[in-house]
Design a protein around this ligand. Structure first.
Ligand SMILES: NC(=O)c1ccc[n+]([C@@H]2O[C@H](COP(=O)([O-])OP(=O)(O)OC[C@H]3O[C@@H](n4cnc5c(N)ncnc54)[C@H](OP(=O)(O)O)[C@@H]3O)[C@@H](O)[C@H]2O)c1
Length: 269
């Protein structure tokens, strides 16, 4: 799938950050795009003046199976099928497991994992018809557990396991299944990351201006989709982390601990 001209691209979590950039990149490459988020007003604010003939915005909370089905059905009804599904909607957390409510971990699983499963389930028959592509937006946290992010890591490990198994099931179907793992990317994710009590963190510990831009991340995603990559780890720091964790997992424990302990406001003592 080298060009997206008149292809149908369905994107969850389209109102902000990487999802918003994926919408703009897909439109720029000639696709027809369906994007969802929990608030139609927020989605509309994200794309002022965009040509509505090629973009469908749909209010859907991916925690709700019926909403995932309705979103996918609306995209098929509007554009006639699905070529690419991007399971992007996601949230993060920052709290030690000992302090955090288990409900925080459950919410992350509901959005990051079950939301992707439900959207994929709803879209698969249409994607099979077009021999399309299913993508999960994962993270380095899907390869290496990160302290203060137990629920986030669990959700991304689960996502990758699900997608790897599905890819193998679909090996001879013509459908391609893949995941992409951005490194730290400028977005709203750290501002709305869940704290121990489930409230939002409200600030980012990183200098967002120094991170990869969401636009660059989106370009790399569609490059990987066109090349039908199995998985992509986007940053040098991410690649080193993944390999170090495979080769020297004990050392990786110490280095990861020390890295996250140095973050401003780190919950690690
Ligand atoms: N930024 C990074 O450093 C980074 C690194 C690795 C991986 N990622 C992954 O990239 C993906 C996108 O994150 P981002 O960084 O772009 O964060 P973001 O700016 O906070 O965007 C998250 C998007 O997900 C949507 N969303 C959240 N909960 C939802 C729900 N229940 N139903 C439907 N949509 C929902 C949000 O829309 P509403 O709030 O309007 O519903 C928003 O559009 C996530 O899967 C994240 O894990 C990000």
């Amino acid at each position: 799938m080298s060009s997206l001209h008149n292809k149908v691209v369905v994107i969850t979590g389209a109102s902000s950050g990487i999802g918003k950039a994926l919408v703009l990149e897909a439109l720029g490459r000639g696709a027809m795009v369906a994007g969802c988020g929990r608030s139609l007003a927020r989605l509309q604010d994200a794309f002022p003046g965009t040509d509505g003939s090629k973009l469908m915005l749909f209010e859907a909370d991916v925690r709700e199976p019926a909403a995932c089905k309705a979103f996918v059905a609306a995209a098929i009804s509007r554009f006639g099928g699905i070529d690419v599904l991007l399971n992007n909607a996601g949230i993060s957390m920052r709290a030690l497991f000992n302090d955090a409510s288990v409900d925080v971990l459950r919410e992350l699983m509901d959005i990051n994992f079950w939301g992707a499963v439900e959207c994929t389930k709803a879209a698969l028959p249409a994607i099979l018809e077009r021999k399309g592509v299913i993508v999960g937006v994962s993270s380095i946290a899907g390869y290496r557990g990160l302290p203060g992010r137990t629920g986030y890591s669990a959700s991304k490990f689960a996502l990758q396991g699900f997608l790897e198994a599905l890819r193998t099931e679909l090996l001879h179907s013509g459908v391609h299944v893949m995941w992409v793992s951005p490194g730290f990317t400028a977005s709203n994710i750290r501002n709305v990351a869940r704290a121990a009590d489930g409230g939002v963190q409200g600030e980012t510990p990183l200098d967002e201006g120094k991170l990869m831009s969401a636009g660059e991340c989106a370009r790399r995603v569609f490059h990987a989709v066109a090349a039908r990559k199995r998985s992509v780890v986007m940053t040098r720091q991410g690649k080193i982390t993944v390999w170090l964790n495979k080769l020297l997992p004990g050392l990786a424990d110490s280095l990861v601990y020390n890295h996250f302990k140095k973050e401003p406001g780190s919950p690690l003592k």
